[in-house]
Design a protein around this ligand. Structure first.
Ligand SMILES: *Cc1c(COP(=O)(O)O)cnc(C)c1O
Length: 395
């Protein structure tokens, strides 16, 4: 009998939190000093300074989630009530939700088979918009040169949802620093894991002052942010408080992970490119290539099934998952939070045939940086074998 290969490690388990976090968490637990505004140089304030420096941004504001960072960025832009915000139709349900929560109107823009914004549909929907919110979904970067040029010509601010794009660069510049503000997530499935949390970066002193106050810097707590004081004195008490701050424990968990980012990005890219090469060599997979200015930082792989109907695609998912590689097809798994037709809170489902067709064949497989090259080869083998059986069964 042939020896069975060892099972693959869980793809959803996160990396251990670095030991360096332990002493700081222990200190915080001993002192009970969990609120960011108890002291000037709290772990949250230090994280903001370190994160801003890492990305080369002037300011950072850490908050409870990336969704909260997107919400605050939009609120801080002070857009007209009900203004239209263009965003890719391929995103996570929390993103159009943040637009709604900010009192604005989400307008979904078609995405192509390469998971990126369809620039024709974007240009067609741009007139009359109030702002642009670009979700770099699963770290795939849309054509930011074209988006920024069209938005600038129409005098529209661009916010980047870079929740899952930390480490990606565009013409060598960090994603999240290209627009007016960039938003990142510390939820456990992202590159930096605090369980929950988010951060926004910007060079705009007015925007960050407004976001700081609305995040819950009541009274004179804004003095504990090393930002220009001028906008604060003017804005004090003029904005509502949404109280969506980050707590010190979360910041203490994230800070020692910053040093691990280059390794996580490097290994994640190695793993992705290794599996992508194997899949692209087979006729039934298509892994879209990055755009020329883009260097990706993936912790998962997305690919389209070609020449398979719904039944064959479903069979592929079952076989791969049984083989130890969990696969989801965004548009074929029930109630998927990334399929726009499930966002019934938006009202009538918009007609987006290109995005709908892509979502029905686009597969999602986690490929964490901690997987070895051997484990990545096993992932590729399982996917290739599952596709063979699915195609044979359908033939
Ligand atoms: C995870 C994610 C979010 C939401 O982040 P939270 O911190 O959970 O609010 C938003 N957009 C994208 C693209 C994401 O991947």
């Amino acid at each position: 009998m042939r020896d069975l290969p060892p099972p693959l490690p869980s793809a959803t388990a996160a990396e251990p939190i670095p030991d360096a976090a332990r002493a700081e968490v222990e200190r915080l637990l001993r002192t009970g000093d969990l609120f960011r505004y108890t002291s000037e140089d709290s772990p949250v304030a230090l994280l903001e300074a370190e994160f801003a420096a890492m990305l080369g941004s002037r300011f950072a504001l850490a908050v409870a989630s990336c969704s909260a960072a997107i919400f605050l960025s939009l609120k801080a832009l002070d857009l007209p009530e009900g203004g239209r915000v263009l965003l890719p139709a391929f995103t996570f349900a929390a993103v159009p939700s943040a637009v709604l929560h900010a009192g604005l109107t989400p307008v979904l823009v078609e995405c192509g088979d390469d998971y990126r914004l369809d620039m024709d549909d974007f240009a067609a929907k741009l007139p009359g918009a109030a702002a642009v919110l670009i979700s770099h979904m699963r770290g795939h970067t849309s054509d930011m040169d074209a988006i920024l040029a069209l938005a600038a010509a129409a005098n529209l601010p661009v916010i980047e949802d870079a929740a899952h794009s930390l480490g990606t660069t565009w013409h060598g510049r960090p994603i999240g620093t290209l627009g007016r503000a960039g938003c990142f997530s510390f939820q456990s499935y992202k590159l930096l894991n605090a369980g929950e949390g988010g951060i926004l970066v910007t060079d705009d002193a007015e925007l960050v002052a407004r976001a700081v106050l609305m995040s819950g810097a009541y009274e004179h707590n804004w003095k504990k942010h090393p930002v220009l004081a001028a906008p604060f004195a003017r804005l004090q008490n003029t904005l509502p408080l949404y109280n969506t701050r980050l707590n010190n424990l979360s910041a203490a968990l994230v800070r020692p992970q910053l040093a691990e980012l280059p390794r996580r990005v490097r290994d994640g890219r190695r793993n992705h490119d290794r599996v992508a090469a194997r899949l692209n060599a087979a006729p039934w997979f298509d892994v879209p290539a990055p755009l020329a200015p883009e260097v990706r930082a993936p912790d998962s792989i997305q690919f389209n099934l070609t020449g398979m109907d719904d039944a064959a695609a479903a069979r592929f998912v079952t076989d791969a998952t049984q083989g130890g590689v969990p696969v989801q097809i965004f548009g074929l798994s029930g109630d998927n939070a990334r399929a726009f037709w499930n966002w019934r809170f938006l009202g009538e489902v918009p007609d987006l045939p290109r995005t709908a067709a892509m979502l029905r064949r686009a597969c999602d497989v986690r490929l964490p940086a901690r997987f070895t090259e051997g484990e990545c080869d096993m992932v590729a083998e399982v996917l290739l074998a599952a596709a063979e059986t699915a195609r044979a069964a359908a033939a």
